[in-house]
Design a binder for this molecule. Structure first.
Ligand code: DGL
Length: 265
């Protein structure tokens, strides 16, 4: 039985990759709620309602574990997923917080995640007296999902978002939206070398060891999609095209309805 992993769109693929690199024999059911992407500008009540549908869908699919591939849902509805999915749930935000080693931490995330305060609260659980600066980056997800990655515009937007973090002299930057690791080369270019970038998915893949056993990673970091099934709530072909940009492989994608809990082509 598969692991369930979800996001609003292609962002969760960054989590999927880390999981498949570390646990190459695991089978995954990836759900992208493309009918409702982006989540980051939605009201908390909408996000909680969506989370409930997703949890019940995974329950019907009998997944063994739910991996949070979406920080926004993680920050506002982790309790709902945990209660309604009926299986263990691994938190991206908790994984990220456990990776923090310095005292001045920057978090890049969606507006909803930043407003929830979930990152600050979780990091403080691991260590008080930290300076935590959260920056919402509403332009990134629509740019990534539309495939509108015009480098000069992206660089300009990213420079604006990073400015307050640099002024606050952060020592670590958490990519607190699963879409953002897709832009990691750009962040690396814009941030001084000494600043560590934290991808929460790395910690999440490690936490999975406790549930499914020791890693079976390949040395070259390759991964296979042979045991992954992709489902979306809208536009499967567009998702497949966008996903292939990031996975380097063109996946087969099914259209599903979360409300009716039925699969159709
Ligand atoms: N990738 C998701 C996250 O980690 C959702 C982004 C969005 O849909 O706005 O927050």
């Amino acid at each position: 039985m598969p692991l369930g992993l979800f996001d609003s769109g292609v962002g969760g693929l960054t989590v999927l990759k880390q999981v498949l690199r570390r646990h190459r024999n695991s089978s995954c059911l990836y759900l992208a709620d493309t009918a409702r992407v982006p989540y980051g500008n939605r009201k908390p009540s909408d996000i909680r309602e969506i989370a409930s549908e997703i949890a019940q869908w995974f329950r019907d699919k009998e997944v063994t574990t739910v991996l949070m591939g979406c920080n926004t849902t993680n920050s506002l509805a982790f309790d709902i997923i945990e209660r309604e999915a009926g299986v263990p749930v691994i938190s991206l935000i908790r994984s990220a917080a456990s990776m923090v080693t310095k005292d001045r931490v920057g978090v890049l995330a969606t507006k909803a995640t930043v407003l929830s305060g979930a990152y600050k609260a979780q990091i403080e659980l691991f260590g008080s007296k930290k300076i935590i600066l959260e920056q919402s980056c509403p332009a990134f997800v629509p740019m990534i999902e539309n495939g509108r990655l015009e480098m000069s515009e992206l660089r300009r937007v990213a420079t604006d978002y990073l400015k307050p973090l640099l002024e606050a002299k952060v020592e670590e930057v958490i990519l607190g939206c699963s879409h953002y690791p897709l832009l990691e080369p750009l962040f690396r270019e814009l941030l001084p070398v000494g600043i560590r970038i934290i991808d929460p998915a790395v910690g999440l893949a490690r936490e999975l060891d406790d549930l499914i056993g020791a890693p079976s990673a390949t040395l070259n970091g390759n991964f296979s999609l042979a045991s992954t099934r992709f489902c979306v709530t809208k536009s499967p072909m567009e998702f497949a095209a966008r996903a292939s940009d990031w996975l380097g492989k063109f996946p087969e994608v099914e259209l599903v309805s979360l409300q009716q809990r039925a699969c159709f082509f």
